[in-house]
Design a protein around this ligand. Structure first.
Ligand code: PXP
Length: 237
């Protein structure tokens, strides 16, 4: 079974645009779960331009499905994650000013850094995932970091899907097989949507979780949140 984790960053962006509590992030998270989402993802950034650190503490009290916190493992992020103890932390190599994640880790260059950080999370029983491009060498090296899972960065797949979906999925299918073979759990995310999700799911064996934010929240404007979540879940059966 592949879990759908809804990334609620965009709800926080909308709230922050006016300074009050509308939309209510906590209520939205609870509603996503009520409508069938099997997880909630947040990506607090150092400037707190969408998810604030306080949101993460508040969400921990109410999220009953899988709670996933993603971000660059700065000391303040590590402290937040260890305080909150989510089910999963996803490590992303994004610069503080990045609009959104735009690359996977170079697991060769950053091996010892990732090993150290992952060991710290493991001491608290927090599952780890490392955001990664679909490159065999990077997956093999990711195993050495001690991580439980990798999250395949699907931006390239999404970008190339319309032109040639078979070609777009190729590197992902190859690296998924490698991950399965060496015992790394497999997540995926970025730019997945109602058009490209089903094909990805059908062609990636052992996919444990997708985290989806931007497209899902945009679809919800037209289709409603409940209906949208149901539609995304249907792509994953
Ligand atoms: N995974 C990671 C590591 C991300 O940074 C993001 C965006 O915050 C996502 C998944 C979700 O991407 P999208 O918003 O395009 O669905």
């Amino acid at each position: 079974m592949t879990k759908l984790s809804v990334n609620i960053n965009k709800i926080a962006t909308l709230r922050n645009a006016r300074g009050a509590n509308l939309p209510d992030l906590i209520k939205t998270a609870c509603d996503c779960e009520r409508f069938g989402a099997q997880g909630i993802t947040v990506h607090p950034r150092p400037d707190e331009r969408h998810i604030r650190y306080q949101d993460v503490y508040d969400l921990k009290k109410v999220v009953t499905t899988e709670f996933n916190i993603e971000g660059y493992p700065s000391e303040s992020f590590i402290k937040l994650v260890i305080d909150v103890k989510p089910h999963q932390v996803t490590l992303v190599p994004d610069a503080p000013d990045a609009i959104t994640s735009n690359a996977g880790w170079d697991t060769i260059a950053h091996l010892s850094f990732l090993q150290d950080v992952i060991m710290r999370f493991k001491q608290y029983g927090i599952r780890t995932s490392v955001f990664i491009d679909p490159v065999e060498e990077m997956i093999l090296q990711a195993k050495k970091t001690g991580t439980d899972r990798v999250e395949l960065y699907t931006e390239a797949y999404a970008k190339n899907y319309a032109a040639d979906k078979q070609k777009a999925i190729q590197d992902y299918a190859i690296t998924a097989n490698v991950a399965n073979k060496i015992g790394l759990g497999l997540n995926a995310g970025h730019d997945l949507n109602l058009e490209n999700l089903q094909y990805f799911h059908q062609n990636i064996p052992g996919l444990k979780e997708v985290s989806i934010g931007h497209a899902l929240i945009c679809d919800a404007l037209y289709l409603g949140l409940e209906n949208t979540i149901q539609l995304y879940l249907k792509q994953l059966v």
